[in-house]
Design a protein around this ligand. Structure first.
Ligand code: HSE
Length: 290
């Protein structure tokens, strides 16, 4: 039995802490057997615990403390601390593990609510569970989610070799915005959503690049954003925006110009990171037979 959870990209510019898109990179856990003690084999290095202190196992045990220990094997092609939802994927994997082993029969909505409580915002965990594009609002009294198909387009990710912690990237955000500024920022977000619902990628792209909530504050941490934005725009891209808290940058384009964008980015940024094409992941987290 395997549990598979996709990577996710939060924000898409002005959808800050609310919008997210599931992408075709995965964290996968194979449930090998019961065991004397919890063990999770992986190749992510010594910093990631391989016993019951692992985030996946901790999340599962917080939900169902009496779960019997198992031997697990994890493979993960979601890079850590790059703005591609690796910690959300681990939390969802833990919830799926508890759900499967503890026979909890949780609905997708319930999984998202549990995960959003741990993460604090729903923009990564919701698409990681539902797949595709999700707009969410986590309020004190209730959570609200709407899933919709993302318009057909090419998605190119520039994933820098260096990490950026979300905490570091949130520390540069202001505590307050002026009322009139927030009204404008919200109008931009509203047009972004309407454009996505209408499959209008040129307009969605324009809104993505007009974010007023977070990108300009984070620009000093991700100085490449400005240049990548003008470079890819000049090649015909719809938009370039930060993936989550960064440092990954996502570029949205039509199929006709995607290969040229990849080639140019490869020339300018290939030494400092990876440039890959990703697809929209449509299923969300799943338990699969081997
Ligand atoms: N919306 C979050 C942020 C995503 O931009 O900080 C990262 O968890």
């Amino acid at each position: 039995m395997k549990i598979r959870v996709p990577a996710t990209s939060a924000n898409l510019g002005p959808g800050f802490d609310s919008c997210g898109l599931a992408l075709t990179l995965y964290l996968t856990i194979a449930i090998v057997s019961t065991s004397e003690a919890w063990r999770i084999d992986h190749e992510l290095g010594k910093e990631i615990p391989d016993d019951k202190n692992n985030l996946i196992i901790q999340t599962a045990l917080n939900l169902v403390p009496e779960l019997k220990p198992h031997h697990l094997k994890m493979t993960c092609d979601i890079p850590a601390a790059r703005g591609l939802g690796s910690s959300s994927a681990a939390i969802i994997a833990g919830i799926e593990l508890a759900n499967y082993l503890g026979k909890l029969n949780l609905s997708k909505e319930h999984k998202v609510t549990l995960a959003a409580k741990i993460e604090g915002h729903p923009d990564n965990v919701a698409p990681a569970v539902f797949g595709n594009f999700v707009v969410g609002a986590k309020l004190d009294e209730a959570d609200f989610y709407v899933r919709h198909l993302f318009p057909t387009c090419e998605i190119i990710a520039y994933i820098p070799d260096h990490e950026l912690l979300t905490s570091e990237s949130r520390a540069v955000l202001p505590e307050n915005l002026f009322y009139q500024e927030a009204v404008k920022a919200s109008a931009i977000s509203n047009v972004l959503i309407a454009a996505i619902l209408q499959n209008d990628m040129p307009l969605a792209g324009e809104m993505m690049e007009r974010d007023m909530w977070h990108e300009r504050y984070r620009a000093k941490l991700i100085p490449d954003l400005q240049h990548i934005r003008s470079l890819t725009k000049s090649l015909g891209a719809y938009a370039a925006c930060l993936s989550g808290a960064g440092p990954t940058i996502l570029i949205f384009s039509s199929r006709t110009v995607a290969d040229t964008i990849v080639e140019k980015l490869q020339i300018e940024y290939g030494q400092q990171g990876k440039i890959i094409k990703l697809g929209v992941e449509g299923s969300g987290s799943e338990v699969l037979n081997d």
